[in-house]
Design a binder for this molecule. Structure first.
Ligand code: MN
Length: 379
């Protein structure tokens, strides 16, 4: 029995993780959940999964939860660091949104816990710190992100050959066919309609700008220790191939499957073992066409920006991430236009200066970038 600490339990990955646990009751047990503020969902999850440890990020929601909860066995934590450091668990499932996932990952690594990582921003902002730290503490970081799970599985199946290239598939998002001159008129509602995956709002907007794919390139660079010139993205609108790896012998291996996050979650939780899945399988008869298209770097400038910031390293990816987070929420609040996201984020990266990434410098630059981006957004 593996004990799971689940961060982001009420989001899309969190709910899917609980669905996996429900199907493998003899293998997994959820010992603690953390969420931002969906207290009704949290209460329901504590009952359904008999969970005794809860952390709620939003303070008002935490107090409301305290008032409505009648189970005296439930311990409510006051900080996420306390939550991670005072519970016995084996695997941390980090499904937090954005930068907030960074410090919790570090805390869990220091406790030598396995990390099942859905929070890609952890590696975007701090990959240069996280990967060596995981190595130092002997911790496995297992990706949940569908593309990285695919790559991880392929690499694990072919260990005696060098990687020539990693090919990350991208759906292209809702605006793959939209002409660039119409981008300025894109509404929040339009950007929230993802063609192939049902996900949270932040990542759905990141998919629309293709920032998400940019982040995934940085994530892949750190996870698989592959240089940026060996990582490419290709548009594959059906999202059936979750990613591919080309090896030095010229063979390319692709991982295919239905768009159901429970598959990568199941594999992350059972790693290094495998279990027969209870979930619906892929049926080739339903998909007689798989298409591939070149990425349009001119239309989706975030992708090029991610390559640039990734290659520059240091604090650039953290600045890229912080500016993007502020802009995405501003766009969701309809404070800025769709095209403002890329313009403001590019601007923030262009005026940045290079510095070495340490945990402290990342925390600092994240704060500073947010304040500066907020002031641009509000002006
Ligand atoms: Mn992904």
């Amino acid at each position: 029995m593996k004990n799971i600490l689940l961060l982001g339990s009420t989001g899309s990955i969190g709910v899917n993780t609980l669905s996996v646990v429900e199907n493998f009751k003899d293998d997994f047990n959820v010992v603690g959940i953390c969420a931002n503020k969906s207290i009704d969902k949290i209460l329901e999850q504590t009952k359904l999964f008999n969970i005794d440890n809860v952390y709620i990020e939003d303070k008002d929601s935490r107090e409301k939860f305290r008032a409505i909860n009648t189970n005296k066995n439930i311990k409510i934590y006051e900080s996420i660091v306390d939550f991670i450091n005072n519970i016995d668990f084996d695997i941390l499932v980090n499904a937090l949104v954005g930068y907030s996932g960074f410090i919790p990952t570090i805390e869990a690594i220091k406790r030598k816990k396995t990390i099942a990582l859905a929070n890609k921003e952890t590696l975007v902002v701090g990959g240069d710190i996280i990967m060596p730290l995981a190595k130092e503490y002997g911790v496995d970081i297992i990706p949940i992100d569908s593309e990285h799970s695919a790559i991880f599985q392929i690499i694990n199946h072919f260990k005696n050959i060098d990687i020539e290239k990693i090919i990350i598939t991208a759906s292209g998002g809702p605006f793959f066919n939209t002409p660039i001159n119409e981008f300025k008129n894109i509404t929040t509602a339009e950007a929230l309609k993802h063609p192939t995956w049902s996900m949270g709002k932040k990542i759905t907007i990141d998919s629309a700008t293709m920032m998400n794919k940019g982040f995934e390139i940085i994530e892949a660079h750190h996870l698989f220790n592959v240089s940026y010139d060996k990582i490419e993205a290709i548009i594959h609108p059906q999202s059936i191939i979750h990613s591919m790896v080309e090896f030095t012998d010229g063979e390319i291996y692709a991982q295919l499957g239905v768009n159901d996050m429970r598959f990568p979650i199941q594999n992350a939780l059972t790693y290094p073992n495998y279990k027969k899945t209870p979930f619906n399988r892929f049926d080739f008869r339903k998909y007689n066409t798989l298409n591939f298209f070149e990425v349009d770097f001119n239309k989706f400038k975030m992708l090029g920006l991610a390559y640039e910031c990734g290659k520059l390293g240091g604090l650039y990816p953290a600045i890229l991430n912080a500016a993007n987070e502020v802009c995405v929420y501003a766009f969701l609040d309809e404070k800025i236009k769709f095209t403002d996201i890329v313009n403001i984020v590019t601007n923030m990266c262009e005026k940045a200066t290079q510095s070495e990434a340490t945990i402290e410098s990342i925390i600092e630059v994240d704060k500073k970038t947010r304040i500066e981006t907020e002031s641009i957004v509000n002006s």
